[in-house]
Design a protein around this ligand. Structure first.
Ligand code: PBG
Ligand code: ZN
Length: 326
């Protein structure tokens, strides 16, 4: 009989101990960033209908929430604000007593070690719902930069540890870096939403943050999902302008982009596991069609394997509990 030669890959899978020994990728609590939606008003805890388990919280409900977050072992939160009033330029975004600024002060006073990442954008604060200043049906680039820089500075003044601009105007890293430096915040890093696609997966977020555009769409500033080279151009310019972290967003349909960015730039890469990705899992799990814990852990592990160092995810609190059980 002829001898058959083949590889015995199963040798390294034969027992739990052997599998653990050769495990290449891990998901840790320390990888996770948890988004929070802070709304102006009193005694508000509104569950977002398309995002079960995610709430809009008023400031008076924030202390208990962050106590829980810290107890679970989460190191960083990402703040979005929903103001009581909106206007054409998004004044609420850079107001000294704006909702994000006040939430930041509260969190830093209570838990100085919990990192506060401030989302820097205008869409939740403008009456038209766009991420920049608008004239007619145009979203103006350069006039938006001043407003964004002012917003970042006011967030840093309130105590934000990291500034995360998500507006996708050209030059926003340069403008924000210059603004922060001039105000004495040279030490505050910028976590840039460098590679942000115009995605249908943001639908539930727009309900959570009340930031849907009132006309048109975001395709003149966010990227076309078809494009891969363009992601490298966007990330290159943000690195040149001084970005300290690069975000790729969304995550699930863009795993190739996460890997490209990781291979091309020696900075921490952050995957944003966005609202629509969360809602789909929740819907399927709610129907009993998938095992939520197993699916979420596998999905986030996949994002790590694709090259993300950190993951922004609405599943963060659950993941901390599940990792504790394992
Ligand atoms: C707004 C912003 C969006 C998200 C984060 N910041 C929505 C958008 O660009 O329309 C999406 C986050 C998510 O879907 O979880 N600049
Ligand atoms: Zn925006």
């Amino acid at each position: 009989m002829t001898e058959l030669f083949f590889q015995r890959h199963r040798r390294l899978r034969q027992s739990a101990g052997m599998r653990a020994l050769v495990k290449e990728t891990y998901l840790h609590k320390e990888d996770l960033i948890y988004p929070l939606f802070i709304i102006e008003g009193d005694n508000i805890k509104n569950e977002v209908s398309s995002m079960p388990g995610v709430f809009q919280l008023s400031l008076d409900n924030l202390a208990t929430e962050v106590d829980e977050i810290v107890a679970l072992g989460i190191r960083a939160v990402l703040l979005f604000g929903i103001p009581a009033e909106k206007d054409a330029v998004g004044t609420g975004a850079f107001h000294n007593h704006g909702i994000v600024q006040e939430a930041t002060r509260l969190i830093k006073a209570r838990h100085p070690e919990l990192l506060v990442i401030a989302d820097t954008c205008l869409c939740e604060f403008t009456d038209h719902g766009h991420c920049g200043v608008v004239e007619g049906d145009q979203i103006l680039n350069d006039p938006s930069l001043d407003v964004l820089a002012r917003t970042a500075v006011s967030q840093a003044q309130a105590g934000a540890d990291i500034i995360a601009p998500s507006n996708m105007m050209d030059g926003f890293v340069t403008a924000i870096r210059a603004g922060l430096d001039a105000a004495g915040f040279e030490h505050i890093p910028i976590m840039s939403y460098a590679v942000k696609y115009a995605s249908s997966y943001y639908g539930p977020f727009r309900e959570a943050a009340d930031g849907a555009p009132k006309f048109g769409d975001r395709k003149t500033y966010q990227m076309d999902p078809s494009n891969r080279m363009e992601a490298i151009r966007e990330a290159t310019s943000d690195i040149d302008e001084g970005a300290d972290f690069l975000i790729v967003k969304p995550a699930l349909a863009y795993m190739d982009i996460i890997r490209d960015v990781k291979n091309s730039f020696p900075v921490p890469v952050v995957a944003y596991n966005v609202s629509g990705e969360y809602s789909m899992v929740k819907a399927a799990a709610g129907n009993g069609w998938i095992n939520e814990k197993a699916v979420v852990l596998e999905t986030l592990l996949g994002m790590k394997r694709a090259g993300s160092d950190l993951i922004i995810t609405y599943h963060a609190k659950d993941v901390c509990r599940w990792l504790e059980e394992n």
